[in-house]
Design a protein. Structure first.
Length: 227
């Protein structure tokens, strides 16, 4: 299970007059199994933090330990291994592979892990069943509603059994009914013991988390747990 320990994390883009301190000294601990929402105005550094948490990017300075591994100093190859085995991603725009069935989309991360065809199929079917899409496995993204596409994306994120689920504005493109279904799904993911960190603009989404962190100008300005 995941534990996150971040110390004085910094991410700087550009230089001279054009310098942007996207992260400007972030300290953060997240325990295994926590359900955390990150809020903050556009440009406050949320996605930058999320990308580093998910090993998609590395910090300019500071340390980040994931499950006891100092990932802030890993090379691209090692980083991609950590990402592949420990992290599941969900994005606002779903990021499914076009003209490819839900089943094949969910099998993809298992293929990257080298899981054999038969097991891949079984696990992908089970993951789609778990998100309520057993009757849509052969549909392609354009044949699915937004809410259904996001559920495929969640099945894809979960199928590798990662300890950490990261979601960047996962309900940003959904209507209110699909948002509710998705929040129920995240609730179950959390109840299953996974660490969930999601970025949101919506109070309603943040309220379902057990802890809300607020960012401004690359820093954490508020961090509170639900009573
Ligand atoms: P948020 O997700 O909270 O909207 P971001 O983390 O995307 O914020 O961005 C934080 C700041 O860093 C913004 O000022 C943004 O313009 C800048 N930024 C993000 N990514 C890059 C990049 N690849 N190059 C230059 N500046 C960037
Ligand atoms: Mg963002």
């Amino acid at each position: 299970m995941s534990t996150i320990q971040i110390r004085d994390l910094r991410k700087v883009y550009g230089e001279g007059e054009a310098i942007v301190r996207a992260l400007d000294g972030v300290d953060l601990d997240i325990d295994s199994g926590e359900y955390v929402a990150i809020m903050g105005a556009s440009g406050s550094g949320k996605s930058t933090l999320m990308n580093i948490l998910g090993c998609l990017d590395i910090p300019t300075a500071g340390t980040y330990e994931l499950d006891g591994i100092d990932v802030s100093r890993l090379g691209e190859r090692e980083l991609s291994l950590v990402r592949r085995h420990r992290v599941g991603f969900v994005f606002q725009s779903f990021n499914l592979v076009a003209r490819t069935s839900a089943l094949a989309n969910v099998e993809l991360p298992l293929a990257y892990q080298g899981v054999k065809r038969h097991e891949r199929r079984e696990r992908a079917l089970a993951a789609l069943d778990a998100v309520g899409l057993a009757d849509r496995v052969h549909h392609e993204p354009t044949q699915l509603s937004g809410g259904q596409q996001q559920r495929v994306a969640i099945a894809r994120a979960l199928v590798t059994h990662p300890s950490l689920i990261l979601a960047d504005e996962p309900t940003g493109a959904l209507d209110s009914r699909s948002t509710h279904e998705l929040l129920d799904l995240f609730e179950r993911v959390h109840a299953g013991g996974r660490t969930v960190v999601l970025i949101t603009h919506e109070d309603e989404v943040a309220q379902r988390a057990r802890r809300v962190i607020r960012m401004r100008d690359g820093r954490i300005i508020d961090d509170r747990r639900a009573a």
